[in-house]
Design a protein around this ligand. Structure first.
Ligand code: TLP
Length: 357
């Protein structure tokens, strides 16, 4: 099976498993785990921040960041399709009493004009506007890279209005490779940044939140409260360290493989890229009603050995990653027009249709 559901599905390589098996460990809750400590130092340095905290997931690092910047009765401003709003069960509300105001972006991209006039005045009827979050690359925006100048303008505006800024950089290293702009340059505009080791970098577990020393000290308290204190976490931190050392540059391959899929979609009758460009490793496309729903299209592809996710009634997502070779991408690309053709002719009996994501 060629698994294109997500870049989270990668298995650790033999070298990564060896590094994990050999990891020096301690108790990272009582005091320190030396491997976690090394990972946190390296992550902070790469992102140009004073400190980093290793957490089990990207969801937890985002939620810790929300708690760092907001109190109950505050609001955050974010893009309508972003992960924090769309895929984290409204954790900001459930866990922290925070409200989100969503701004519709252009396939995930926001500009300064979208934010202007959005800060509430100080008035007891209103929640307090406290935080701006951005996502780079943007998952539901088909892995698009936020235009750098817009990011700078939005963050400057936010700080000038007394707001804090957080970047969901689950796939920041994809943005770095695609844009040629260094991770610490992107990060310099934000108070906190979350990065994931378990997406394109290919580690089995883990994310980090970075910021200044005082904020990250506080983040440790929130991590503990949320149940994210991990004892001999050096075992998994070693996988993340290996990923950070050896798997950043190769993300360019994933981007090239995504282009192979994009080209096939452009040439397939009844399918359309959304948006029409692919910038990194995520490909989102729409299927015409004549081909059935996205879930039917995904089930048809799966019957032929290619696994994608339906992410809406007509939208599918394919993500390239460490375990997808160029041959896999070519195989999947050839299958797309074949399946579309068979569905259009009503020649395929589709079974096992899964609900959309
Ligand atoms: N995204 C997952 C799913 O949750 C949708 C995926 O398969 O893409 N920020 C962004 C931008 C993400 O895409 C994700 C995961 C997260 C945060 C959360 O990371 P985890 O899954 O580690 O909690």
């Amino acid at each position: 099976m060629i698994d294109l559901r997500s870049d989270t599905v990668t298995r650790p390589t033999a070298a990564m498993r060896a590094a994990m098996a050999a990891a020096e460990v301690g108790d990272d809750v009582i005091d320190v785990d030396p491997t976690v400590d090394r990972l946190q130092r390296m992550t902070a340095e790469l992102l140009g921040k004073e400190a980093a905290l290793f957490v089990p997931s990207g969801t937890m690092s985002n939620q810790v960041a929300v708690r760092l910047h907001c109190r109950a009765g505050d609001e955050l401003l974010c893009e309508a399709g972003c992960h924090i709003f769309h895929y984290e069960q409204g954790g900001f509300a459930q866990l922290s009493g925070v409200v989100a105001r969503t701004l519709p972006g252009q396939h995930g991209k926001l500009r300064l004009a979208d934010f202007e006039g959005q800060v509430h005045p100080d008035n007891e009827h209103l929640v307090r506007t406290r935080l701006v979050t951005l996502e780079n690359t943007h998952n539901r925006g088909a892995g698009c890279v936020q235009p750098y100048d817009d990011v700078v303008a939005i963050c400057q505006w936010a700080h000038a209005h007394g707001l804090r800024t957080h970047l969901d950089g689950a796939r920041l290293f994809n943005a770095v490779v695609a844009s040629g702009i260094a991770a610490d340059t992107w990060a310099s505009h934000f108070d906190t940044v979350s990065v994931c080791f378990s997406k394109g970098l290919g580690a089995p577990v883990g994310s980090a939140v970075v910021g200044d020393r005082a904020l990250i000290g506080e983040a440790r308290r929130h991590r503990k409260l949320l149940g994210g204190g991990m004892r001999q976490a050096g075992i998994i931190a070693a996988g993340a360290l290996h990923a950070l050392q050896f798997h950043r540059q190769r993300l360019a391959l994933d981007h090239a493989h995504a282009q192979i899929l994009a080209q096939a979609i452009r040439q397939t009758r009844g399918t359309r890229l959304v948006p029409d460009t692919v910038e990194t490793n995520i490909v989102i496309f729409e299927v015409d009603a004549s081909l059935g729903t996205a879930a039917v299209f995904a089930a048809a592809l799966k019957m032929h050995g290619v696994w994608m996710l339906a992410i809406g009634p007509r939208l599918l997502r394919a993500v390239t990653h460490l375990d997808v070779t160029e041959d896999d991408a070519i195989t999947a690309a050839r299958l797309i027009p074949d399946v579309a053709d068979q569905l259009a002719r009503g020649q395929l009996q589709v079974r096992d249709v899964e609900p959309s994501y």
